[in-house]
Write a protein that binds this ligand. Structure first.
Ligand code: SF4
Length: 335
């Protein structure tokens, strides 16, 4: 069953950093800082709107800033306001996102005592040069230390990485993904870089100092990372930024697409079909692929991109819907 989040955005509060890509106010689309009364009224409403059976699958989420870096008083205000809404018949716990260099035993004890269940760390890259070039202010070792401590305390761990940062390469991004696998998080988010107005990355991009790799390369690379994580049992809960008017308005470059994940999934299906065709003993010119109804559009690709790709290499692909519920994709006929 898919998890439900009741999300509160805490834009830039308490964050002393200015990461090259970050314009929190644009990303969250708001600059209002929520307080206890806002939290309580939203959660009261959510209690009425979310069925009892779904509540145990619902987390109260504090996103947007670096939760463990905000003033202790404010953090406790937010955590305390959520407590009456957690427990039997209510929501399952709290999810926060933060930086790896703001994790220690004291803070984890405080979070555990306040029913925090999941901690997401923005690791972004596991290469120190990339981290420095993008002014992250933490190192690869900080990510390792924080991840290990979070798991020791029994929290669910989520790691976030970016694809295509300033000074990164496809090889470095793949290395980051492999390092993340070694830390065995429960889940991950993959964010291909979106260059926003009013950020340092934006300035570097406009001056020509930062030249991101191609969109096609970002899709191929992100799909490889998606596949790597899924093969290792890491749930990819997000791939690409949320589509929003604010992001669309302030985005000046990089890899924004409202359905980025679907592009990557189509790429993976394309690779799967290539492998199926290569395993045929004859030189295939026509093929019929049977696909579960819910994957048909991904197999075909946006604007029929996969069908067109195979046509361009001389192979005519026909996709038919499978009537076998559990079947994802199968080659049923070739000529
Ligand atoms: S640490 Fe997070 S909130 Fe702070 S500047 Fe970096 S990305 Fe933005």
């Amino acid at each position: 069953m898919a998890k439900i989040n009741i999300s509160f955005f805490i834009p830039h509060v308490g964050c002393p950093h200015k990461c090259s890509f970050c314009n929190q106010n644009s990303i969250t689309g708001q600059s209002k800082i929520p307080h206890a009364e806002d939290i309580k009224s939203t959660l009261n409403k959510a209690m009425n709107e979310i069925d009892k059976s779904d509540r145990e699958n619902t987390e109260i989420s504090f996103f947007g800033g670096s939760f463990t870096a905000i003033k202790r008083e404010y953090m406790i205000e937010l955590l305390s306001s959520a407590q009456p809404f957690i427990g039997k018949g209510k929501f399952s716990g709290i999810r926060i996102s933060t930086r790896p260099d703001y994790i220690d035993k004291d803070i984890l004890t405080l979070l555990r005592d306040n029913h925090v269940t999941t901690i997401e760390l923005g690791c972004q890259s596991m290469n120190n040069e990339v981290l420095t070039a993008n002014e992250r202010g933490h190192t690869r070792q900080d990510v390792i230390n924080a991840s290990e401590l979070i798991k020791e305390f029994g929290f669910r761990l989520g790691l976030q990485m970016m694809v295509g940062l300033y000074k990164s390469t496809p090889e470095i991004d793949m290395y980051t993904a492999e390092e993340i696998v070694k830390l065995s998080p429960n889940e991950a988010r993959i964010y291909p870089v979106v260059i926003m107005e009013n950020t340092r990355l934006g300035d570097l991009f406009k001056s020509g100092e930062y030249v991101p790799f191609s969109f096609e390369c970002a899709v191929k690379l992100s799909s490889k990372i998606l596949s790597l994580f899924e093969k290792n049992g890491i749930a990819v809960i997000k791939l690409g930024l949320h589509a929003s008017e604010v992001v669309e308005k302030d985005c000046i470059g990089g890899f924004y697409h409202p359905a980025f994940r679907e592009l990557c999934e189509s790429e993976l299906y394309k690779n799967e079909i290539i492998q199926m065709l290569q395993s045929c003993s004859k030189n295939v010119r026509k093929a019929v692929i049977s696909v579960s109804p819910k994957f048909v559009s991904k197999v075909i690709g946006q604007k029929r991109s996969n069908i067109e790709y195979f046509k361009s290499i001389g192979i005519d692909i026909k996709v038919v819907q499978s009537d076998r519920q559990k079947e994802k994709i199968r080659l049923i006929k070739t000529e």
